[in-house]
Design a protein around this ligand. Structure first.
Ligand code: FES
Length: 208
């Protein structure tokens, strides 16, 4: 498949902003994409009075869009309050790069997710947020991070999720993916990988 990157993606890939690390950061997080195995690390320095992100850096262990999205989200987050930065979403980040190929949309999800995790880590450490109780809402949020590669949209917005349940440690997910769909098995595998990292989930049952 021919991959078309916008000039802006190429420019951020060639000259990434805020690349590197922060020594003794106020918060950091590393996340990996179950779709491809790539990783991103985000470091934050936060003003404790104003809760403004004063410095942000990222390290990428991944593809060109991983670098470009890391670059753009750090640019977008710098100078924002934690509340504002939490609202940056992956579509906005992709738009700020003049778009990404559908198969690369998950790179933007990964970058935004890592930024949000770093913010969450700061909030938890400073008692600004409470650890969320596990419920099927968390499962649904994970499904929203899984991008169907051919169209670059997530499973929930594509109405591929028919049912989500969580009972006695068992996550039950009913997906609508036709048998002839080439990505069927990959998607099921990705759902598993997203959910496996939650210790609250003891078993995962996927029906399609
Ligand atoms: Fe997975 Fe870019 S982060 S291919």
């Amino acid at each position: 498949m021919k991959m078309e990157y916008s000039d802006k993606v190429m420019e951020h890939f060639m000259n990434p902003r805020n690349r590197g690390s922060i020594e003794n950061p106020d918060a950091c997080a590393t996340e990996g994409s179950p779709a491809c195995g790539d990783q991103v690390k985000v470091f934050l320095n936060i003003n404790p009075e104003t809760l403004i992100i004063e410095d942000v850096k990222f390290q990428s262990y991944g593809c060109a869009s991983n670098i470009a999205t890391g670059s753009i989200i750090t640019e977008m987050a710098k100078g924002k309050t934690l509340e504002e930065a939490k609202k940056i979403d992956w579509k906005e980040a992709a738009q700020a790069l003049d778009g990404l190929p559908p198969i690369k949309m998950h790179c933007s999800v990964l970058a935004v997710d890592t930024l949000r995790s770093a913010i969450k880590n700061y909030e938890l450490e400073h008692n600004l947020a409470e650890k969320e109780e596990f419920s099927k809402k968390v499962i649904l949020e994970e499904l929203e991070k899984i991008i169907y590669p051919q169209v670059g949209k997530n499973l929930v917005e594509l109405k591929m999720v028919k049912y989500v349940g969580f009972e006695d440690g068992v996550a039950i997910i009913d997906l609508y993916i036709p048998e002839f769909d080439a990505y069927r098995d990959n998607i099921a595998e990705e759902v598993k990988e997203h959910l496996e990292r939650y210790p609250e989930i003891k078993d995962i049952k996927i029906t399609m």
